[in-house]
Design a protein around this ligand. Structure first.
Ligand SMILES: CC(C)(COP(=O)(O)OP(=O)(O)OC[C@H]1O[C@@H](n2cnc3c(N)ncnc32)[C@H](O)[C@@H]1OP(=O)(O)O)[C@@H](O)C(=O)NCCC(=O)NCCS
Length: 171
């Protein structure tokens, strides 16, 4: 087993601390995945274990005083951009800024380059979160999540010095 990898940042005043996922966090993350996504989209324990050590993957978890694991975010570097593959928060601590802290945490750890993600069309709550954090819609991927389940592509453009609203990249 590697070192604990504990390097929490925060908290931003709301009691949320963000740090690298540790092995001991993975069962809690698995439960959050199961509670947050339908079968097929939720990562299981073994997949999470692989992602935790996979090169190029950034896997962070959030902790609060009330929860051992409050949420997770997983991203990977994709065509020069950071691609957010997964973001989920435990149902009991939603609307308390956990996802916001996770998004800001991954942006801090990967401070330059564009960020891209895909969100289900019906998931307007997540889209509101991303829009509030500076992500803009960049198109629709039809049937991305299965037949009749379209994906909304969203992007946040950044340069070495911060947000760059002018540049466009493809997902
Ligand atoms: C989407 C999700 C990650 C949001 O997590 P969260 O910790 O509750 O989000 P935050 O508290 O940081 O929300 C920040 C802002 O985003 C917006 N927002 C978040 N969830 C929302 C919802 N369900 N409906 C409307 N707006 C929402 C609001 O503007 C919110 O601010 P407010 O609470 O002051 O109104 C969480 O609901 C979740 O895990 N859902 C299931 C998995 C999922 O959909 N993941 C995203 C896949 S792309």
């Amino acid at each position: 087993m590697q070192n604990s990898g504990r390097s929490d940042t925060g908290d931003a005043g709301n009691g949320v601390r963000v740090g690298r996922a540790r092995w001991r966090d993975l069962r809690g993350v698995t439960a959050i995945q199961k509670a947050s996504f339908r079968p097929g989209l939720a990562y299981g324990l073994s997949a999470l274990g692989i992602l935790r050590v996979f090169p190029g993957v950034v896997f962070l978890v959030a902790h609060t005083d009330a929860t051992t694991v409050a949420g997770c975010i997983i991203g990977d570097r994709h065509r020069g951009a950071l691609r957010i593959m997964n973001l989920a928060v435990a149902p009991s601590v939603r609307r308390q800024g956990v996802a916001t802290a996770l998004l800001r945490g991954i942006e801090t750890r990967v401070p330059t380059g564009d960020i891209v993600l895909m969100v289900e069309e019906w998931n307007t709550g997540a889209q509101a979160l991303y829009e509030r954090e500076g992500y803009a819609r960049d198109g629709v991927a039809r049937d991305y999540y299965g037949r009749g389940r379209h994906g909304i592509r969203m992007e946040k453009h950044r340069t070495a010095s911060g947000v760059n609203p002018g540049r466009r990249i493809r997902f």
